[in-house]
Ligand binder design. Structure first.
Ligand code: HEM
Length: 490
């Protein structure tokens, strides 16, 4: 590394940044002064080093990479980054736990966030998904409560299983996500081998304006593996940043992790009679009905040169969509489209889109969003800052297809409460997971994983949890009861 002279932040030379200036007195004492800009700048900047951490998904690893189309889907979408075999697009990837703070351990049982920013010629497209295919709630107003119940208790400042289960037994639409969370996938052993699900239903819009509903899936090319609870707990103490290290070291060694991207596609005609699993993110679309269609592969090939600048300041949002991919009437998705940029304006400032990780690689001309704290661009110079000006150099963009709201509003629809009551349908997919996907060993481990969390929970709540899972399959309840009595005898 070539040497360069130290300076202050505005370039003035500094002879030694490790020595402040004092007016010496006897002994080794001295009087510091407001005139010591080096000292003041150093202390003042240190005091402002922290920015608000993400309110959820605060602990993460990240890396740069590339996406390459391996199967042309231009008949499904006009999105240029998904068209033409061999087409390459740079990406930024971030993999997080959900509940823990920025300094928390990697190897905990939790849902992993799976974020990818594609820097396309039509602007940034983000997939901000999870490593399990379903989510806990389907009404966005419950999201803050869901997360509070998984985080620390307001009095004890510790995670609290009573709070956790109290939330879930009263919002049992989460039962499907809980089945996944307490299965072996709940503790991945490496970031390089996790699945990534877009979870929501989106629209793919073709150049001719036809649309289909779709779901996005990333699958690692290596097989999916996990830690035992014991090993994960040991590592959480021995190396709290285990997953960060594993990803970093693999990329440094040139062992670049690879995922394949797939879509599931549903025709709008099918959708009209498909029922609520169409937009309900507590449900999956079965692969046998909607097979995976390969789209491309993503590989991660470069570690960040600076974690704070590149990963902490990254701003992923489901609202970042390019033409050819559109939103749907999933209230969770729409709420997220508000929540992320809102969180980022708070966390990173109103001009966060100008930060290197968030900057589009295509030309950006948004002269009606200017000024504000920390403007880093030339701020559109003297261009008109009001719309409809004949003096403006701006011109309408040619958008091939933009199908936002194609769904018919129900006849006689009226504004009302969104609650979709939990009924038998909510237990069907969790039951299939239990009966068709979990083998006997997985079933027993699942019961052990849940039972462990119930040991200090009040009896009534424990019974409510057992009752909730018994609705998935009565055998779960029986196993939980027998596990509880074994634990009580130990
Ligand atoms: C109404 C529901 C939801 C709300 C209001 C919400 C809100 C948020 C907020 C405010 C952040 C922090 C963003 C930031 O500071 O940059 C965040 C992060 C995140 N959320 Fe959600 N979320 C919701 C549901 C979901 C769902 C369903 C998924 C997965 C499909 C998800 C995945 C993520 C991920 C991966 C991150 C981390 C993004 C990153 O890597 O920076 N969230 N969420």
């Amino acid at each position: 590394m070539s040497k360069r002279p130290f300076t202050l932040a505005e370039g003035q030379p500094v002879s030694d940044p490790s020595v402040s200036t004092t007016l010496p007195v006897y002994g080794s004492g001295g009087i510091t002064t407001l005139g010591d800009t080096l000292l003041i700048e150093t202390l003042a900047h240190f005091n402002r080093e922290r920015i608000p951490e993400r309110v959820v998904h605060a602990k993460a690893a990240g890396a740069w990479g590339e996406f390459e189309v391996t199967n042309d889907i231009s008949s499904l979408t006009s999105a240029k980054f998904l068209n033409g075999v061999g087409k390459k697009t740079p990406v930024l990837f971030r993999l997080s736990t959900t509940g823990g703070e920025k300094g928390s351990a990697d190897t905990v049982r939790d849902v992993r966030g799976f974020s990818v920013k594609f820097y396309t010629e039509e602007g940034n497209h983000d997939i901000v998904g999870n490593h399990i295919p379903v989510f806990f709630v389907r009404d966005p107003v419950r999201f803050p409560s869901l997360n509070r119940s998984h985080k620390k208790h307001p009095a004890t400042n510790r995670p609290d299983w009573t709070m956790f289960w109290d939330f879930h037994v009263n919002q049992p639409e989460s039962v499907h996500a809980l089945m996944h969370l307490f299965g072996s996938r709940g503790i991945p052993d490496s970031i390089r081998r996790v699945t990534g699900f877009g979870v929501h239903t989106f629209k793919l819009v073709a150049a001719d304006g036809r649309f289909r509903y779709c779901k996005f899936h990333f699958r690692p090319t290596q097989s999916i593996t996990h830690f035992s609870g014991q090993e994960a707990t040991r590592l959480a103490g021995a190396n709290a940043d285990f997953h960060n290290q594993d990803l970093w070291d693999a990329i440094s060694r040139g062992q670049f992790p690879v995922w394949k991207l797939y879509v599931q596609v549903m025709e709008p005609e099918q959708a009209e009679t498909y029922g609520r699993a169409l937009f309900d993110i507590t449900k999956v679309w079965p692969h046998k009905d909607f097979p995976l269609i390969e789209v491309g592969k993503m590989s991660l090939n470069k570690n960040p040169a600076n974690y704070f600048a590149e990963i902490e300041q990254a701003a992923f949002s489901p609202s970042n969509m390019v033409p050819g991919i559109a939103m749907t009437p999933d209230p969770m998705l729409q709420a997220r489209m508000f929540a992320y940029p809102d969180a980022q304006r708070y966390r990173l400032g109103v001009n966060y889109t100008q930060l290197p990780s968030n900057r589009a690689i295509c030309p950006v001309y948004a002269p009606f969003e200017r000024d504000g704290m920390a403007t880093m661009t030339r701020n559109y110079g003297g261009d008109p800052n009001y719309v409809r000006s004949t003096l403006s150099p701006g011109s309408p963009s040619q958008i091939i297809s933009d199908v936002r709201h194609t769904e018919r509003i129900e006849r006689n629809a009226s504004l009302g409460q969104n609650e979709i009551l939990v009924d038998d349908e909510d237990y069907i997919q969790p039951r299939e997971l239990w009966n068709k996907v979990f083998d006997e060993a997985e079933k027993r481990q699942w019961v052990a994983n849940v039972s462990q969390t119930l040991e200090d929970v009040p009896v009534q709540l424990r019974e409510a949890v057992t009752a909730m899972f018994s609705k998935v399959d009565p055998r779960i309840g029986q196993l939980m009861v027998s596990k509880a009595s074994t634990n009580a005898h130990l």
